[in-house]
Design a protein around this ligand. Structure first.
Ligand SMILES: *Cc1c(COP(=O)(O)O)cnc(C)c1O
Length: 378
């Protein structure tokens, strides 16, 4: 029996060719021709006025925090059901994350609990579209407008997802993308910042280029570049952009295959799930998702532990996902306590993600489905 991994990054064919072109023709540094092509693609795919490749989604989130001028005493509303980077971006500026629980159905920030968490110190609502299923953006944008605070979308999962027909990542003032190995499109490590209000575009470029206006200099808009603001080095080498461009150009193929796999899980597991007390992903009618994650919500922690062990015996690697950030060592130091976000605490114990990647073959997926159903049959 051959092992079935949880994930393998998609390779679609032209990655090496594009990378070789950078090596032979240069430049190797950031913002070369491949980076520019990626920017154009991302702007076209999302409709955002300004896309900037970054070295990771983590760094794009840090850029968003810098652009907001977050500082000590500021508060940012954020779900505890997310990757650490979402919250680190806030804490690195000395600001305080205010955790608001998630909805039990989509596992997204619970919009009905946001308003109670808003204070005069609230500087942003930083949300995550879990599994690329949209948060309730109508309600959230209305709350944000009422209180005059910007929305930032951590859209690491949600490129190609839509909410009421509009691409995720285009609602907030800024949004971030990830091209880490585990994401639908990848270049190993990478990300992007989408700047949805063009007034912030210049400053975003400056922060990304060590606080200098080198990007304007490269475009020939100034005759020398200088230190203008705080910043860091958030731009990837054009080698990575070349790899990523090959992936972006193949996005239809990648997405088609991921959707086939996702839908097969959903169809083949539906009746088993209802019999076994297992909940499958919920996608509201007004959302389309990018087939990023297929998860099972098991009835209990014990059932999850048993399922993961059963699959592992059959050489199938399924994994759980986030642990509640407010209950992590760092979260507790920031004041997190048990029972603070009950939905998150419960879901984190019960969630299992099944293998889902471009090269997953039909036979292997059939083996996963059979094993999942076998695990709970007694
Ligand atoms: C993957 C992920 C990140 C981090 O992405 P990197 O590109 O690895 O920095 C941030 N937020 C969420 C929700 C993620 O899933």
């Amino acid at each position: 029996m051959k092992p079935i991994p949880f994930n393998r990054a998609a390779v679609t064919g032209r990655e090496l060719e594009y990378v070789s072109r950078v090596i032979s023709a240069g430049p190797l540094h950031g913002d070369g021709p491949f980076t520019r092509s990626c920017h154009e693609w991302l702007e076209r795919l999302t409709g955002s006025p300004k896309a900037l490749l970054t070295t990771s989604c983590t760094h794009a989130l840090e850029m968003a925090a810098l652009l907001l001028d977050l500082k000590a005493g500021d508060e940012v509303i954020v779900p505890p059901f997310t990757f650490v980077s979402t919250v680190n971006a806030i804490v690195l500026r000395g600001a305080r994350p205010v955790f608001v629980d998630i909805r039990p159905d989509t596992l997204n920030l619970d919009e009905t609990q946001i308003e109670a968490a808003v204070t005069p110190r609230t500087r942003a609502i930083l949300l995550v579209h879990y599994a690329g299923v949209g948060c309730e953006m109508d309600a959230i944008m209305a709350i944000a407008a009422r209180h005059g605070v910007p929305v930032i979308e951590d859209n690491a999962h949600g490129l190609f997802g839509t909410y009421r027909g509009r691409p995720l990542g285009t609602f907030g003032l800024f949004s971030t993308l990830s091209f880490h190995d585990t994401k639908n499109l990848s270049c190993g490590e990478g990300g992007a910042l989408l700047v949805n209000d063009a007034r912030y575009a210049d400053r975003a470029e400056i922060i990304r280029e060590k606080g200098t206006n080198r990007t304007r200099f490269y475009r020939g808009q100034v005759d020398k570049y200088t230190w203008c603001d705080i910043g860091s080095s958030y731009l990837p080498s054009d080698i990575l952009a070349a790899y990523l461009l090959a992936q972006i150009e193949s996005h239809e193929r990648i997405q088609r295959r991921r959707h086939e796999l996702w839908s097969r899980y959903a169809e083949d597991l539906a009746s088993w799930a209802s019999g076994a007390g297992v909940r499958l992903p919920v996608v509201p009618d007004h959302c389309t998702h990018p087939a990023h994650i297929f998860y099972l919500l098991m009835p209990s922690l014990e059932a999850r532990t048993a399922l993961l062990a059963y699959l592992r015996q059959r050489l199938i690697l399924a994994v759980f996902h986030y642990q509640p950030l407010h209950l992590s060592d760092m979260g507790r130091r920031l004041g997190g306590r048990d029972g603070q976000c009950p939905v998150t605490e419960e879901v984190c114990d019960r969630l299992v993600r099944l293998p889902l990647f471009f090269q997953l073959e039909d036979d292997d997926q059939a083996r996963v489905i059979e094993a999942v159903m076998g695990a709970t049959s007694g």
